[in-house]
Design a protein around this ligand. Structure first.
Ligand code: ASP
Ligand code: MG
Length: 428
């Protein structure tokens, strides 16, 4: 059986028109077996994070925050003319999972509570898409991905248990396809084997689609987006960006690792391991295949620019003037690994070691504390990491305008630089 896996992000289903557009794309593939992964609608994940923070840190009334989310979803259903009371109840009952949590005082750890609350965004969006498709007489099945996608207990960054998930996803999806041509399920969420909901990390729905693709040996995976495909830079930041027709898995994983937001970085490995092509397609032109990511990329690429904001440089220097030798390094890296803090660039001198990492205040505080015995730590904030693959000098010069370069490295045909804005000095 040929199965294709589709993924629609939150922006594509942020309102009723979006859902109708998704349905019209899906109708072009009727009689094919399509497993469709959806994210939470629009800004729902952020709004549910507000509920978590209101509840956990007692910042505001969590119920009031939750009501915003509920009424947004009711509004979408109303605009879609979903009026079957059972369908409405099915969607709204999903919020009970949150009601139960916020009724009591917060005893569980933050990350656990986060997963129980935020995951509901995906449950309700997938139910709305499902009920809308049913209301227009599509033969569609709904799958709670938590019944088949199992993870460890690291809440908010759960790791997939591949052995058990592969078996369960494959058999459940095949079973549903014997009855339906189309399955709607959720991205981003999973479950521990003792039935606690987990999440895979923000923007993780692409990754879920890749996991499903892997498990069912999909013919292709298709991410539908509001852009023409993978571009040579973020069109909100740069003019004259080009669409890339073909990207190799290697090129795609390098781009996304350094912050290209078009695909979640974890997406590539599962599909590369099974040699499944990934198409990044424009949802306003469904006949276009957008960009194809597979073993074969272009013969040569134009410069591709990736900008990762909110970075900082952490300078770690040894207090007793001993060299930053291997034993110090292994100590530093163990701390970084335990904190799951990703190093974007690094450099060492005789007695100091400098890394560029995401400016995650909570993690950096722990890093400082854990290393303070042997090291002095200095942090420079408000930086950007610019990565240019296949660079030409003119591109680099252009990017440096108005910027102070604090750290730059060239390797093969890639340049990375950590920069900050030069404040404009004006004559009074
Ligand atoms: N809804 C989740 C998020 O916004 C997952 C996703 O969109 O991929 O992070
Ligand atoms: Mg999202």
């Amino acid at each position: 059986m040929d199965i294709n896996v589709f993924k629609f992000g939150g922006a594509s289903i942020s309102n009723a028109n979006g859902v109708i557009n998704v349905a019209s794309i899906l109708s072009k593939f009727s009689h094919q077996k399509i497993a469709t992964v959806v994210s939470a609608t629009g800004k729902t994940t952020n709004q549910l994070e507000d509920v978590v923070n209101a509840y956990y840190h007692k910042l505001a009334d969590p119920l009031a925050c939750l009501n915003i989310v509920k009424s947004n979803h009711l509004g979408i259903m109303k605009d879609l003319e979903i009026d079957d009371p059972n369908a409405i109840a099915d969607v709204m009952d999903s919020f009970v999972e949150i009601d139960w949590v916020i009724e009591d005082e917060a005893h569980d750890p933050y990350d656990y509570i986060y997963d129980q609350i935020v995951s509901v965004g995906e449950i309700v969006s997938s139910k709305i898409v499902y009920h809308y498709l049913k209301s227009i007489k599509v033969n569609v099945g709904w799958l709670d991905i938590r019944d088949v996608l199992f993870t460890d207990e690291i809440h908010r960054e759960a790791k997939v248990d591949w052995a058990i998930s592969t078996e369960k996803v494959r058999s459940k999806v095949n079973e549903l396809f014997s009855e339906y041509d189309l399955i709607i399920t959720q991205g981003f969420i999973g479950s521990t084997t003792d039935n606690h909901t987990t999440t895979l990390g923000r923007e993780g729905s692409d990754y879920t689609a890749a996991i499903i693709s892997y498990c069912v040996d999909a013919k292709g995976m298709h991410i539908w987006k509001d852009v023409a495909g993978v571009l040579t830079g973020d069109p909100r930041k740069f003019d004259n960006v080009l669409k890339i027709e073909r990207l190799s898995y290697k090129e795609a994983i390098e781009m996304t690792y350094y912050g290209a937001k078009v695909i979640h970085p974890k997406t590539i490995k599962p599909i590369q391991n099974k040699n499944i092509p990934l198409y990044v397609r424009p949802f306003d032109d469904p006949s276009s295949f957008g960009t194809t990511i597979s073993t074969e990329g272009e013969m040569s690429y134009p410069p591709i620019i990736v900008v990762e904001p909110d970075q900082c440089l952490v300078n770690i220097s040894v207090n007793d003037f001993s060299f930053v030798a291997e034993h110090h390094m292994s100590n530093i890296f163990k701390t970084l690994a335990d904190l799951r803090l990703k190093v974007n660039m690094m450099r060492n001198t005789a007695i100091s070691f400098t890394i560029c990492v995401q400016n995650d205040q909570a993690k950096l505080k722990i890093l400082k504390e854990s290393l303070s015995c042997d090291f002095t730590i200095m942090i420079t904030e408000n930086l950007e990491l610019i990565t240019v693959r296949h660079y030409i000098d003119a591109t680099i010069e252009e990017l440096k305008k108005g910027k102070l370069v604090l750290f730059e490295e060239k390797l093969n045909d890639m340049v990375q630089m950590v920069v900050k804005d030069i404040p404009l000095i004006k004559r009074k």
